[in-house]
Design a protein around this ligand. Sequence first.
Ligand SMILES: Cc1cc2nc3c(=O)[nH]c(=O)nc-3n(C[C@H](O)[C@H](O)[C@H](O)COP(=O)(O)OP(=O)(O)OC[C@H]3O[C@@H](n4cnc5c(N)ncnc54)[C@H](O)[C@@H]3O)c2cc1C
Length: 550
Amino acid sequence: MKILIIGGVAGGATAATRLRRLSEENEVIIFEKGEYVSFANCGLPYYISGTIENRDSLLLQTPESLNERYRLDVRVFSEVVKIDVANKQVHVRHLKTNEEYIESYDKLLLSPGAEPIRPPFEGINSDKIFTLRNVPDVDKIVEKSLAAKSFVVVGGGFIGLEVAENLIEAGKQVKIIELSNQVMAPVDYDIASFVHEKSAEKGLELLLEVGVQKFQDHGEQIEVFLNNGTSIMTDAVVLAIGVKPETQLAKDAGLTIGATGGILVNKFLQTSQPDIYAVGDAIEVEHYIHKQKVLIPLAWPANRQGRIVADNIVKGNQYQYSGSLGSSILKFFELSIASTGLNEKLLKRNNIPYKTAIVTRGHHAGYYPGAKNMVLKLIFDDNGKIFGAQAVGEKGIDKRIDVIATAIKGNLSVYDLQEIEITYAPPYNSAKDVVNIAGYTAGNMLDDALKMINYDVMEDYIKENNAVLLDVRTASEFAKGHIQGAMNIPVDDLRDNFSSLDKSRIYVVYCQVGLRGYLAYKILENNGFNVVNLNGGYHIWSKVKPTVLP
Ligand SMILES: Cc1cc2nc3c(=O)[nH]c(=O)nc-3n(C[C@H](O)[C@H](O)[C@H](O)COP(=O)(O)OP(=O)(O)OC[C@H]3O[C@@H](n4cnc5c(N)ncnc54)[C@H](O)[C@@H]3O)c2cc1C
């Protein structure tokens, strides 16, 4: 069988090596229009700061190494310019010689990825505006950064934040322009607020809820005009406002494109032409949870899909792609921010009822040196089905989100999270892991043993119900900052103060992170009071609400 692959990086290279491991018989040709195959796209931002020092370490394989080990025919600078579906052929142009030729196929795999979005703003073609997709792109940014002192990064998604972080590490002045009210779209505002705070701490200026209108060159500098009537003069701009699937070739070949703009594939990852498969950033996938079609341009799905397609080509269509969860993680200075599944914003938009449990705990036992707090937010429905999770902190974030992603794919419920028997010794964990605690909290909420209220509706709730806001932290914590209008009775003094409380009122209790709030909740409830607990406590409130008293 003759198998052609368009695109030689994540999905394409994975499929090709798997094809060879499955059979020595097939002829496999990879066409890659760039100079490099199988390079580390995800590592590119770290080369800007020198964290990854050696450029060669970004190049995971070469055409020669892939040929030597896997007997793959890898053709770089080779752009497939046409797919002739009727004759099962592709037209290839060599980008150095401009020579064109035809190759026939039995099976064809498209893994052309996605390209950075470049809106048709006035001035967009300035040589001071960069995007980041491949090794030549990062070379240009690094070269520019030798002379440039200031950068504007447009877009506060993963790539924008990684680029901004690495430019700061390289000693540059950096501003991020972001249209939304938060960075990092996959997480909700409360979790993103930790990134906002970290940006300020690191001198990275975040301009939220503002968009770019146009650019204008001024000699060595470029002016970025914003839609709030202001402008910024800077040495260089990195555009990171998202990617769009590379579908032109597929469109021209008459393959069906889905409603999201990605190539439509079935469960076996076949396009509308059965002998043509497609994977990676170029395709639309079914979301694992809500089953809607989505674009999820991440490396795990591309690699998984590449392997499935290789298996399906060699063994006949036996393997189905089960959908994407969009599990992702970002390092942002000392912080890690990760998420899996659906977030609150999306659930609200789709009118899907949900609950959240926000817990804050040390990443390992507090008495063992070096414990770092983490916030874990679990999102679930009334039956305990897990919709998603988000976490932020300095350590152990990947582990917790990976456990919950595994739980979701295993169809576990929030009650099952209580059952996950974790490894424990003080340097690694607590005997009750934060994932277990999130399961307990969610279980308590579902069993009506705990009523929670979220920060975004608390003020209205208090007004509507004439409720009392009760801070159960110590007097000194209260003095350092509290929510406006709160009264303070430390949790240990509660039982002695029942006479000053009114059983006809509702008490909204909070502490720093939720644990003492929960204990206060139970003390009050067990003594006949009507109580609600603030989800995430003062820790979350102080990040998301500007109305904190000094
Ligand atoms: C800077 C950066 C950082 C990232 N960091 C992360 C991360 O930390 N975690 C994560 O999960 N994901 C990350 N990603 C995303 C991840 O790299 C992609 O999801 C993944 O590479 C997609 O694989 P793919 O095979 O679909 O496309 P790609 O890996 O992009 O490969 C597509 C290749 O096809 C080639 N091509 C396109 N059209 C043609 C044609 N007509 N003929 C020949 N060749 C063609 C392109 O030149 C390209 O090299 C990052 C991406 C970038 C750019």
